[in-house]
Design a protein around this ligand. Structure first.
Ligand code: APR
Length: 255
């Protein structure tokens, strides 16, 4: 058994004996589905300055310009499929070992990968809304219109949270409530740089949860909050972790 396998074994034991297990996910879990993350080399923010393209002020001031970035995101997100990491988390939920996913992603891949209890911190790009008359549309129906417009003529905004907009209150409250009583928190594919999502690991830690971090690289959590660091690609490590849980824990949790 090599070091990573030993750590996966340790992580699987924590998950098996936990009565409330959460996963906090970021863009890294969808990279193997073809969606670039934001801050790795070549990530979205290396090509589009978030101050110019990802704030609600930028959208209100110049929606046509912001749609240049949104169109590039929409192209990769609409073509993306759940990868083995999304599917493995869906299986872990079905087996009763994972209770909620709190995701910062807007790509709907957890749901398409079989997860049902998904709390979306930053919304979901599959619907668009009009900031002026409030009408809502499916992104699929408007695909190809650049920029997409409401029947009132105004340019539509995806139902995702831009910088400067609040996190949906129910997502915020529910996630803090869960984090304060979780026994295990998996943190998968996030740089943990953006608040308030990045406060979830410390809330869980303060309540003595075991923090299992899965990432290609070390983050600001790794040496301060993380208990078990599983370094590698989410698409490989998450399925291996779920396999270990199934092998040791059997079909469903004892608790
Ligand atoms: N497997 C595991 N981890 C990966 C992989 C992979 N295949 N590829 C990249 N990563 C890791 C990177 O090392 C990095 O730590 O995923 C993390 C991605 O970090 P970010 O690009 O900062 O994405 P995220 O943490 O989700 O950003 C949070 O910032 O810009 C806003 O709203 C945006 O939701 C986003 C938020």
């Amino acid at each position: 058994m090599n070091e990573l396998e030993r750590l996966i074994d340790q992580a699987s034991e924590a998950i098996i004996s936990s009565t409330l297990t959460l996963a906090l996910t970021g863009a890294g879990i969808s990279v193997e589905s073809g969606i670039p993350d934001f801050r790795s080399a070549g990530g979205l923010w290396s090509r589009f300055d978030p101050a110019e393209y990802a704030t609600i002020e930028a959208f209100r001031a110049n929606p046509e310009k912001v749609w240049e970035m949104l169109a590039e995101m929409d192209k990769v997100v609409s073509a993306a499929k759940p990868n083995p990491a999304h599917i493995a988390l869906g299986e872990l939920e079905r087996l009763g070992y994972l209770h909620y996913i709190i995701t910062q992603n807007i790509d709907n891949l957890h749901q398409e990968g079989g997860s049902r209890n998904v709390i979306e911190y930053h919304g979901n790009s599959s619907t668009l809304s009009c900031l002026w008359c409030g009408k809502s549309y499916s992104a699929r129906d408007k695909r190809g219109d650049m920029p997409p417009r409401c029947e009132c003529g105004k340019i539509l905004k995806p139902d995702v949270v831009f910088f400067g907009e609040p996190i949906p209150p129910d997502a915020l409250n529910r996630s803090f409530q869960l984090a304060s009583s979780a026994q295990v928190l998996m943190v998968i594919g996030t740089s943990a740089l953006v608040s308030p999502a990045n406060t979830i690991p410390s809330i869980a830690k303060q309540n003595r949860a075991k923090i299992i971090e899965i990432n290609m690289e070390r983050t600001q959590l790794t040496d301060s909050i993380t208990d078990i660091f599983l370094q590698g690609k989410a698409g490989e490590v998450v399925p291996a972790l779920v396999q270990a849980v199934k092998k040791k824990g059997g079909g469903s949790p004892l608790v």
